[in-house]
Design a protein around this ligand. Structure first.
Ligand SMILES: Cc1cc2nc3c(=O)[nH]c(=O)nc-3n(C[C@H](O)[C@H](O)[C@H](O)COP(=O)(O)OP(=O)(O)OC[C@H]3O[C@@H](n4cnc5c(N)ncnc54)[C@H](O)[C@@H]3O)c2cc1C
Length: 413
């Protein structure tokens, strides 16, 4: 039993065991035998539905859905830590599959906190009934993403996607890009500007938008470098109409989105750790069986030293992740800072771990059918998800020094 296990509850240990069996028995063999499949240019054909059905059977598809709607509601006191444990395990099998599933958990947490009860009933039951049902969360747009998180709470930086009241409901116009599950989600949470002339923290609202809402068009599936089993998409809203009760939060939606982003960043770092763990496991097996210069690779000291470096980086990520996840579960004041720290730290450390893995595999590391380059590609995506590395650092320093680093950098008024 390692230090990580010592901190797990019985429930967490059991969930991790069934998740690990799912990954080892279904996901990893599927990826090994079907390494070309992620390159199919038909997004619907990439991941067989059977994998999501199996995820459903072991109960990891609908984490975050309240028990009264048939979901697996975890112990609230340790929910975010449990999310991290399961996300890491799934990503150890496949990062894109993990992206697909965790988006459902994250949006479910948001829905159960912000959506009216009758809409929770409607959408949670759709999610429960259909193993292929996916949720998406749409903030990023062509002319704005990173600036959302800087001190620029000024009208110029507001969302270009707009929503206005009309005939007792809302009309949304604009476009969103780079959205996880954006290509195939059945329900979208969409952020739009609802108040001109104010900063985005005061003028952004969030809406539930069903896929079949008139005026919503999914315009493309992005072909990404990694995490390819999650279909990232672009969505256009033209005179898109939603009923009044589909408004989740009026005007201060970005502040309320912390309910999504805190667990979200923990899950992000945990998936990232799963990719790094897979790289370490594959590499430590390889260097103990592959012979070069008459000896297995690990006998060459330069190789052994690199392996130690990989292990140390992963242990550091795991330690910070545990600390940050606990802070979110306990609603500690420093939770926000720790979430950003672990997100950016994990993305850079795991990227390095995967580079070591490629180098230690030599030529094999560059071959698609060997599968190590896939982990490197998957790791590269984390640098950009949920804010870039630089913007994450801005957020950390902004929350530490709100009056100086946290104030708009434009001309003094
Ligand atoms: C696989 C994937 C999944 C994603 N899923 C989602 C999702 O589900 N929902 C969603 O809403 N978004 C999603 N995103 C979008 C993601 O959050 C953004 O890509 C990210 O926030 C960066 O925004 P951007 O691409 O517009 O980059 P930009 O903002 O254009 O940044 C480009 C570069 O400029 C820097 N930069 C930008 N502005 C500033 C500034 N003011 N000061 C200093 N440096 C700056 C950035 O750090 C970066 O290096 C996803 C992205 C990827 C790759």
């Amino acid at each position: 039993m390692d230090t990580i296990d010592r901190n797990l509850s019985e429930e967490q240990r059991l969930m991790r065991a069934s998740c690990r069996a799912f990954v080892d028995d279904f996901v990893a063999p599927f990826i090994r035998q079907n390494w070309q499949r992620e390159w199919l240019m038909d997004p619907d054909a990439r991941l067989p539905r059977g994998i999501l059905e199996q995820a459903d059977r072991i109960g990891v598809r609908t984490l975050g859905v309240p028990e009264e709607f048939g979901g697996v509601q975890l112990d609230q006191a340790t929910e975010v830590r449990t999310f991290a444990i399961i996300a890491e395990e799934i990503a150890r099998g496949d990062s894109g599959l993990a992206d697909k599933l965790v988006q459902n958990w994250k949006v479910s947490v948001l829905l159960r906190n912000l959506a009216p009860r009758h809409l929770q009933e409607r959408w949670f039951s759709r999610l429960m009934q259909d193993p292929g049902f996916l949720l998406a969360h749409c903030l990023t747009e062509p002319r704005g993403a990173s600036d959302r998180w800087l001190p620029y709470n000024v009208p110029e930086a507001a969302m270009q996607t707009k929503a206005a009241r009309k005939d007792g409901g809302w009309v949304i116009d604009g476009r969103k890009q780079f959205i996880s599950n954006g290509y195939d989600a059945g329900l979208f949470v969409v952020y739009a500007n609802t108040k001109a002339g104010v900063g985005m923290l005061q003028g952004t609202s969030s809406f539930l938008v069903p896929r079949d809402a008139p005026g919503l068009t999914v315009t493309r599936c992005n072909e990404t470098i990694g995490g390819r089993f999650m279909n990232n998409g672009e969505i256009v809203f033209e005179d898109c109409r939603v009923p009044d009760d589909h408004l989740l939060v009026e005007n201060d939606a970005l502040g309320k989105a912390a309910i999504y982003f805190r667990p979200g960043k923990i899950i992000q770092a945990a998936k990232n750790l799963g990719v790094g763990t897979a790289a370490f496991e594959r590499t430590s097996d390889y260097v103990q069986s592959y012979v070069q210069g008459g000896r297995i690779l690990i006998k060459h000291q330069a190789v052994a030293v690199r392996l130690a470096d990989m292990a140390t980086r992963l242990a550091a990520v795991r330690a910070l992740l545990g600390e940050a996840a606990r802070a979110v579960d306990e609603r500690a004041p420093e939770a926000d800072q720790l979430c950003n720290m672990v997100k950016v730290f994990a993305s850079e450390e795991v990227f390095t771990v995967c580079r070591h893995a490629m180098e230690l595999h030599g030529g094999n590391g560059a071959m698609l059918d060997f599968g190590i380059e896939k982990l490197f590609r998957d790791a590269s995506i984390f640098l950009h998800m949920d804010a870039t590395a630089d913007i994450s650092r801005f957020k950390i320093v902004k929350s530490m020094f709100p009056r100086t680093a946290g104030a708009y950098a434009g001309p003094e008024s």
